[in-house]
Structure formats: structure tokens, C-alpha cells
Design a protein around this ligand. Structure first.
Ligand code: KIV
Ligand code: NA
Length: 270
């Protein structure tokens, strides 16, 4: 069972693999492939709940999906992504929302989209026994501030702010740091500067690990970001299967003899 400590041991030795998952069958597949970390991302809002952004995702939404994923996961470290405004507003609420993921749903850590406002909170969570994965660079919960999803850390000041916050979160006790959509050299500098593993998405090859949204990785998403890669074509497979089903029913090819129950003896039918 990879733990937060196993991840530390792997850091700099072997690349760390992380994928999202939101349901039991997908988590089982990801876990069987020996992925180190399964993130139940608030990206569930986009992938599975039909929202345009992650902002409407609730604590109940994430909790439900964390439960499904942890029930199907034997080996990977399960991390619950804390949704928009579920942390950072009120400390007690933040701790209860995060604690619920461990206490009730089987997560082993939480991820917080990080900033100056999460340094103390991270420290408090870690003191209480809630391992925290930090997340810097592009933080999609700030979509309304960005006006989209632009690359972050693209000038000296912005890059230095990311580096400073990475150090502050390591100091606060975060066990790992996601770096999203930042220049490769910024990710490389941050990776050099801190001891806890960096896990990149759109952050180049020099992080200690990589993460993708599983729907993007397997080719299920209708759209995926350019920094993502499709390693399969699940969407096409599903489209073909569904079309085949429709045509089989419409043409009477399904159900055939072998899909039907044996007839039973009926004496009289009223
Ligand atoms: O919600 C998510 O899937 C994420 C990853 C892309 C890091 O935050
Ligand atoms: Na997220």
C-alpha cells in the first residue's frame, strides 16, 4: 500500500505516476496498473457531472466519488481533491470537510488548490493527521480571476511567487506538490528547490511525477488540453459499441437464442 512515506522514498529515484479516477471500475483498472496515486479530482465536475467548470462541485459530490474509488482501490494512495470554497473560508469547516474524506470515505490525503491562504491551513491539517498535497501554478478554481486557463509562472515575478509558495507549503508539511500548466524550466527549478515530490500536469518532464485526468489519458473526453496525451481511444470504442447495440436491436439480431432464458412450462395463461 503506497503511503505518503513511500512516495517520499520514490522521489528522485523513480517517476511517480498519478491519475484521476471517479468511479469504482475505473479506480480498479488504474489500481491494477500499479499507478502510485489516484486523485479523485474536482475535475469530476467536468468529466462526469456535466459542468463547464469545477466551481459547482460540492463536498458531497467529491465525498461520494472518493467512497467509490477507495472501495475499489487496494494499493494506490487515494487523494481527495477539496472543491471550491470547501476550504479556506472558515477553518473549522475546512478541517471538517477535509477530515470527512479520511474519516468517512477512505481517502488517505487531501489536495488543496494552494496559495498564500493555504499555508497555515496546510500546517493545521498536517498537525491533525490529514496529509496535504499542495497545488500551484494553474489552479482552475480561479477561472473567474484568470478569465480562462492560461499558463502560469511565465515571468520572473510570477515564477518566483510559485517557488516561494512551494517552499512555504513544504515547510508547512505538504507531502507533495502538483504543478499545473507552468513552463518546464519553472517546474524544474521548483523540483530542485524542494524535497517533497512535484507532480506535473502540463509542467514538462522534470517533475518527480506526472498526473493526467483519466478521461483524457484513455481518450474518453470529448476535448482535452494540448498538454494532455490520449493513450487510447475509449470514446471511439464506446461509440462503436453503442451504435452496434442500437443497430442489433433495431434489426432483430439482439437478443438471439443464447441471450434468452429457457422457456418455462405454462399450463394455462389467463
Ligand atoms: O481535479 C483534477 O483532476 C486535478 C488534477 C488535474 C491535478 O486537480
Ligand atoms: Na482539481
Amino acid at each position: 500500500m503506497p503511503t505518503v512515506r513511500d512516495l517520499k522514498a520514490k522521489t528522485g529515484e523513480e517517476p511517480i505516476t498519478m491519475l484521476t479516477a471517479y468511479d469504482a471500475p475505473t479506480a480498479g483498472i488504474v489500481d491494477d496498473a500499479d499507478v502510485d496515486v489516484i486523485l479523485v479530482g474536482d475535475s469530476v465536475g467536468n468529466t462526469s457531472l456535466g459542468y463547464e467548470t469545477t466551481l459547482p462541485v460540492t463536498v458531497d459530490d467529491v465525498a461520494r466519488h472518493v467512497g467509490a474509488v477507495s472501495r475499489a482501490t487496494e494499493d494506490a494512495l487515494v487523494v481527495a481533491d477539496m472543491p471550491f470554497l470547501s476550504f479556506g473560508v472558515d477553518e473549522t469547516d475546512s478541517l471538517e470537510n477535509a477530515g470527512r474524506m479520511l474519516k468517512e470515505e477512505g481517502a488517505e490525503a487531501v489536495k488543496l488548490e494552494s496559495g498564500p491562504h493555504t499555508v497555515e491551513l496546510t500546517e493545521k491539517m498536517v498537525q491533525l493527521g490529514i496529509p496535504v498535497m499542495a497545488h500551484l501554478g494553474l489552479t482552475p478554481q480561479h477561472v473567474n480571476q484568470y478569465g480562462g486557463y492560461p499558463r502560469q509562472g511565465t515571468d520572473q515575478d510570477a515564477a518566483e511567487r510559485i517557488l516561494e509558495l512551494a517552499r512555504a507549503h513544504e515547510e508547512a508539511g505538504a507531502f507533495s506538490l502538483v504543478l499545473e500548466h507552468v513552463p518546464s524550466n519553472v517546474a524544474a527549478e521548483v523540483t530542485d528547490a524542494i524535497d517533497v515530490p512535484t507532480i506535473g500536469i502540463g509542467a514538462g518532464p522534470d517533475c518527480d511525477g506526472q498526473v493526467l485526468v483519466v478521461d483524457d489519458a484513455v481518450g474518453l473526453s470529448e476535448w482535452s488540453p494540448s498538454f494532455s496525451k490520449q493513450f487510447g481511444s475509449v470514446r471511439e470504442e464506446m461509440e462503436n459499441a453503442v451504435e452496434e447495440y442500437v443497430s442489433a436491436v433495431e434489426s432483430g439480431r439482439f437478443p438471439a437464442e443464447e441471450h434468452s432464458h429457457e422457456e418455462t412450462d405454462l399450463e394455462e395463461f389467463y
